[in-house]
Design a protein around this ligand. Structure first.
Ligand code: FES
Length: 259
């Protein structure tokens, strides 16, 4: 590896350095070290107290009761989700609170928090804008969607906008590939996006409104964009093609078999 790096450096200092430079590609820094490491900061350290609201405490107690005695640790996902919905992210003091409530070692909570990428361990803005960059979305133009999101929010990928309103992240497949390209803002999916849609959505959020989610192209869910191509007629009722001997007991069976 060292030899490879040295060769690259030698090449870059040669007269043909311009050509060589074009051959070296880098990917955007995604702060992946953040996935595993906690460093105390002024906003996130164990000395900052965290308390659940009364309503959320009742929710957690109700959820814990769904599990048999001794298995209350299974409620960890719900408890962490409730923390994130309460304050928008999961600081370390909240993890300690969850560990205390569920009678489990803190380390088990850290493991959960560093494994699941939906767990936000830093503040990601009032609106966390997640742009899918996996292959189907990439083939449908996610690169220009990412740029549009960055321009519209004024927030770099992995950062926060100056007013702390937006946090932009790149994510892997969000499970809506049939409607690529896709942007997820908090819990809402925005699909079939164009650059223009991105600007409209961000502008609406800036104005204090929540834009309608779903496909922005006007199609219903993941229907074909050019209209239906199959299932064009009403499906036959129950009893279609059933044995004749059984038809008399099947409501409407006689009619269906005539089709
Ligand atoms: S690849 Fe983007 S939603 Fe699946």
């Amino acid at each position: 590896m060292t030899l490879l790096v040295r060769n690259i450096l030698n090449l870059r200092s040669s007269p043909s350095s311009i050509i060589c430079r074009k051959q070296i590609y880098t990917t955007p820094r995604l702060a992946s070290d953040m996935l595993l490491v906690h460093r105390d900061t002024r906003e996130n350290n164990a000395k900052i107290p965290f308390q659940f609201t009364e309503a959320n405490m009742k929710r957690i107690q109700a959820i814990v009761q769904n599990y048999p005695e001794g298995s209350q640790v299974s409620a960890i996902s719900m408890a962490m989700d409730i923390v994130q919905r309460q304050i928008g992210w999961i600081p370390i003091s909240a993890m300690h609170k969850v560990a205390e409530l569920l009678s489990m070692p803190r380390m088990r909570v850290y493991e959960w928090a560093t494994f699941y990428t939906m767990c936000k361990r830093t503040y990601r803005g009032k609106f966390n804008v997640k742009v899918c960059k996996t292959l189907p979305c990439m083939l449908r133009g996610s690169d220009i969607i990412i740029q549009a999101v960055v321009d519209a929010t004024g927030c770099p990928v992995g950062g926060l906008s100056e007013d702390r309103m937006f946090g932009v992240d790149l994510v892997e497949c969000q499970g809506a590939c049939a409607n690529a390209p896709v942007v997820v803002i908090d819990d809402d999916y925005y699909e079939d996006l164009t650059v223009c849609d991105v600007y409209n959505i961000i502008q609406t959020l800036k104005c204090g409104n929540i834009p309608p989610c779903g496909p922005q192209s006007g199609r219903f869910a993941a229907e074909p964009g050019c209209g239906l191509t199959s299932l064009l007629t009403c499906p036959p009722p129950p009893g279609y093609c059933i044995q004749e001997a059984l038809l008399q007991n099947t409501p409407g069976g006689d009619d269906c078999n005539k089709k």
